[in-house]
Design a protein around this ligand. Structure first.
Ligand code: 13P
Length: 263
């Protein structure tokens, strides 16, 4: 089975509406050329409707960085999945380490949000990853496998295209300290093995798992070359459109010239 690569920009808390418009206008023609690559842009709420409007009918998926799992009600400060769908959003981040660590999002909340997005047909990109202390203490897999399990247990036999996972080791985010391609493959390969156990061969062979953490044009090719890595979720190097376009092109090259996983 060949999995379609995905290159995703996470702008985090950056960009005005005007900056988002300029970026999206520059991105769209390049994304149209990138045959075989899914492109996503996770924009802040203030410019998300504009990104979604401009990207409508393109292959760029406008994405939200956060939402709540209820549809409406007394939840001050939150937005719901139907609200996001109303403005043309097609994908959502769930469980980013900054949501977990800075805003205290629990595994249970991450699971509920993922379930709601899957039910609504809005593609969740579910982030997992360990801290430096956890890795140094030999606890990487305990942390990552626990995060994956909680999410999978909340879902009812999802198809492999219902969600995407992203392995983002916290120590590699925004630090310039990228995981080695072998570290990325090791964690993501183990995740795929666990997903096979939890959801079966077809799911594990088709679900996409991205790597995130200091990905840039200079290191993306060797990361994408790893057998189980299906793309990247990129913060800093996605903020300049030229740099993000270079990453999309690298994903396209990996897709056309890359090896198949053999199943
Ligand atoms: P950086 O690419 O800036 O390390 O951020 C990674 C990330 O958190 C993407 O979600």
């Amino acid at each position: 089975m060949t999995r379609r690569p995905m290159m995703a920009a996470n702008w985090k808390m950056n960009k005005t509406v005007r900056e988002a418009q300029d970026y999206t206008a520059a991105l769209l023609p390049h994304a149209a050329d990138a045959d075989g690559v899914d492109v996503a842009v996770f924009a802040p709420l203030t410019c998300l409707s504009e990104v979604a409007r401009m990207a409508e009918d393109s292959q760029v998926l406008a994405g939200a960085q956060n939402f709540y799992y209820e549809d409406s009600g007394a939840f001050t400060g939150e937005v719901s999945i139907p609200m996001l769908q109303d403005i043309g959003v097609r994908t959502v981040l769930v469980g980013h380490s900054e949501r977990r660590e800075v805003f205290g999002e629990s595994d249970d909340l991450v699971a509920r949000k993922t379930k709601r997005a899957v039910e609504a047909g809005l593609l969740p990109v579910v982030c997992v990853g360990e801290t430096k202390e956890e890795r140094d203490g030999g606890g990487m897999w305990e942390k990552v496998s626990g995060q994956v399990r909680v999410v999978m247990e909340s879902l009812d036999g999802p198809g492999g295209d219902a969600l995407v996972f992203a392995y983002e080791p916290i120590w590699a985010i925004g630090t310039g300290d990228t995981a080695t391609p072998e570290d990325a493959q090791d964690a993501i390969g183990q995740m795929r093995g666990l997903l096979k156990e939890l959801a079966g061969d077809d799911f594990a062979a088709s679900v996409r798992i991205l790597y995130g953490g200091s990905v840039k044009p200079g290191n993306v090719a060797e990361i994408m070359a790893q057998e189980d890595v299906d793309g990247a979720l990129v913060g800093g190097a996605s903020l300049e459109v030229e740099s993000f376009v270079a990453l999309i092109e690298a994903a396209g090259e990996a897709a056309s010239g890359g090896e198949e996983s053999g199943d």
